[in-house]
Design a protein around this ligand. Structure first.
Ligand code: GUN
Length: 305
């Protein structure tokens, strides 16, 4: 395949895990307790179970203590809220997440709003998102943080670029757009702060008219719509950077599992004309998990040491 450089999230995430492991080892060596993450899982959504297992494994690899707290799918919202409040006041837990999606009888925003922002290591509470919007110190939503880190490690600048974000979810589209358009205030070691943020951002969604022509003007396209093959080659300017956040299970009789994972991008036809592109799996997914680890260590450093 000619064309697009593959943005190898799996490899970059493994490198960052090694860096974090050194940080945790230094904490241990200084005689302090290690950071501890709680992962709340409600019900038995198979994809969620896989994500949670991957998060537990990543914690083990860097030496972060992780505890899975599983509830049955029919737990009452009030009972779950009580459990969240317990985690908020549990001094041995530095941060926790509630794996999404939640069962339909539970209101996601009610649960997320109950999480103490200092322990909100997925960066999804209204406080953290609001603080990010205003450029105040915050815990940044895990997926946008991971995408920003991936761009930084591959030295892909966003300043002055036209970035099109497809998808307006609270967990990816909205915080991603904010981070990209913002004046940079958090520096990353791998890139000067000045080259992150400062983008011209267009947010597109299911009601956008003529998505294709908007996308064709983009230097960077971030697709988070949950729709296989949404982004096709005709929508991409040659040389553009393509970030695929989609993780869709599609039937595949040739796979022993009966399905395969695909993103929101028609990878086969887009990759040859893109300047750089993330694969699915192995692109954004591992970066989201590494952001969770970084956010957990951040919460520990800011509030627990
Ligand atoms: N479900 C899909 N992605 C995520 C994520 O990043 N965090 C949580 N909590 N749930 C998810």
């Amino acid at each position: 395949m000619n064309g697009g450089m593959i943005l190898d999230g799996k490899k970059i995430a493994a490198e960052i895990r090694m860096e974090l492991r050194a940080e945790v080892e230094a904490i241990k060596a200084s005689g302090q307790r290690v950071p501890k993450l709680g992962i709340v899982l409600v019900g038995n959504n198979p994809a969620s179970e896989t994500y949670v297992n991957n998060k537990m494994k990543a914690c083990a690899e860097v030496g972060i203590e992780a505890v899975k707290i599983a509830y049955s799918p029919d737990i009452a919202e009030q009972t779950l809220l009580t459990q969240i409040n317990r985690l908020n006041s549990d001094e041995t837990i530095d941060g926790f997440i509630v794996q999404l999606p939640l069962p339909e009888h539970i209101t996601e925003t009610t649960i997320l709003s109950a999480i103490d922002r200092r322990k909100d290591v997925d960066g999804l509470t209204p406080e953290n998102v609001g603080r990010t919007v205003q450029g105040l110190p915050s815990i940044i939503s895990a997926t946008p943080r991971g995408i920003r880190e991936l761009l930084a490690r591959y030295q892909i600048p966003t300043a002055g670029k036209h970035v099109v974000v497809i998808g307006r979810s609270n967990i990816v589209g909205k915080p991603m757009a904010i981070l990209l358009m913002q004046r940079p205030y958090l520096s990353l070691p791998s890139m000067s702060a000045a080259s992150l943020g400062d983008a011209t951002v267009t947010i597109c969604h299911s009601k956008t008219q003529d998505l294709a022509s908007i996308c064709r003007t983009a230097d960077i396209i971030i697709v988070a719509a949950g729709c296989p093959n949404l982004l096709t080659a005709e929508m991409v300017k040659p040389g553009a950077t393509i970030i695929d956040v989609g993780i869709n299970r599609v039937e595949d009789p040739n796979s022993p599992r009966g399905y395969k994972l695909v993103g929101d991008v028609d990878f086969e036809h887009v990759a040859p004309i893109a300047g750089a592109i993330t694969p699915v799996p192995g692109g954004v997914g591992p970066m989201t998990i590494v952001s969770l680890l970084q956010n957990t260590i951040q919460a520990y450093n800011e509030h627990s040491r």
